[in-house]
Design a binder for this molecule. Structure first.
Ligand SMILES: NC(=O)C1=CN([C@@H]2O[C@H](COP(=O)(O)OP(=O)(O)OC[C@H]3O[C@@H](n4cnc5c(N)ncnc54)[C@H](OP(=O)(O)O)[C@@H]3O)[C@@H](O)[C@H]2O)C=CC1
Ligand SMILES: O=C(O)C1=N[C@H](C(=O)O)C[C@H](O)C1
Length: 238
């Protein structure tokens, strides 16, 4: 498969290594404005965007207009997600966005949903989320922490929103810490006066994120429509 890497930083380089090992060819490594390339003259099966929040929407929609399916892991641009979905549908293209492509985190998401359902109505416990990432990260909280919060809000009758640090009673507090070289750690805690229940996912490297993105590119290659990692992993996560 011929892949375009939109963003060639820490993730772009890890994806390249895994994609080449799985027999794919990298035909474009983008680190600047996408308009500098004539995509219509290039042969690209799937584009994988791990760039920067300010570039993601333009990168993705330019691909849709050139009939190139997109796998996007860039976080911090989601105010424009619905607009991107509309353009994907209008152009009859294909799109997967995931705040986290690792299989482990997607299992963790399922655990989070189940725990949230169990804890709904347990009024002695207050929920909070903490994420820790490397110091170069541009957005806070992480896309994964936002996904975790949204999953809890869906199950919890008392929480309607999330907030960085200081939350109101109907909001989930999310703490974002930045520590050198941490690939990504997420913890969901339910805290009462007498105990704490915690679930945690710790990424040991970027390999899991990158492998999930390449598997998603292989999966979406000949499809049309808007998908999630739940679709990609439907055979594995029941
Ligand atoms: N969904 C998931 O599973 C994961 C998501 N992420 C997300 O992926 C994104 C990238 O992460 P990471 O690789 O660590 O970040 P990096 O900063 O290492 O890489 C971003 C790259 O994008 C380049 N870039 C800047 N402008 C553009 C542009 N207009 N078009 C294309 N590329 C551009 C940067 O170039 P330059 O340095 O020259 O500015 C840089 O090479 C982040 O949003 C992060 O949150 C990360 C890990 C997992
Ligand atoms: O920027 C990162 O590094 C990561 N970003 C994603 C996020 O914002 O959730 C996923 C992962 O945690 C690493």
């Amino acid at each position: 498969m011929k892949l375009a890497l939109l963003g060639y930083g820490k993730m772009g380089k890890t994806i390249e290594e895994i994609a080449v090992n799985r027999g794919h060819e990298i035909v474009l490594k983008l680190e600047e404005d996408i308009d500098t390339f004539e995509l219509d003259k290039m042969e690209i099966d799937v584009a994988i965007d791990f760039s920067v929040p300010k570039a993601a929407f333009k990168n993705i929609t330019t691909c849709f207009k050139n009939n190139i399916p997109v796998v996007c892991g860039t976080t911090g641009w989601l105010d424009d997600y619905e607009k991107a979905v509309d353009i994907c549908k209008k152009e009859d293209s294909a799109f997967i966005y995931a705040s986290n492509f690792s299989v482990g985190v997607n299992l963790f998401f399922e655990l989070n949903r189940k725990l949230a359902k169990m804890m709904n109505g347990m009024s002695d416990y207050e929920v909070e989320i903490e994420e820790i990432h490397h110091t170069q990260k541009q957005d806070a909280p992480s896309g994964t922490a936002i996904s975790l919060a949204q999953q809890i809000i869906t199950e919890n009758d008392k929480k309607n929103n999330w907030q960085l640090d200081h939350a109101e009673e109907d909001e989930i507090p999310v703490k974002a810490k930045r520590i050198e070289n941490v690939p990504g750690t997420h913890t969901v805690s339910y805290i009462s006066k007498i105990d704490t229940i915690e679930i945690m996912h710790t990424a040991k490297s970027r390999e899991g994120f990158a492998l999930g993105a390449v598997i998603s590119a292989e999966w979406i290659k000949d499809k049309k429509g808007v998908f999630t990692m739940k679709d990609v992993l439907s055979d594995q996560i029941k």
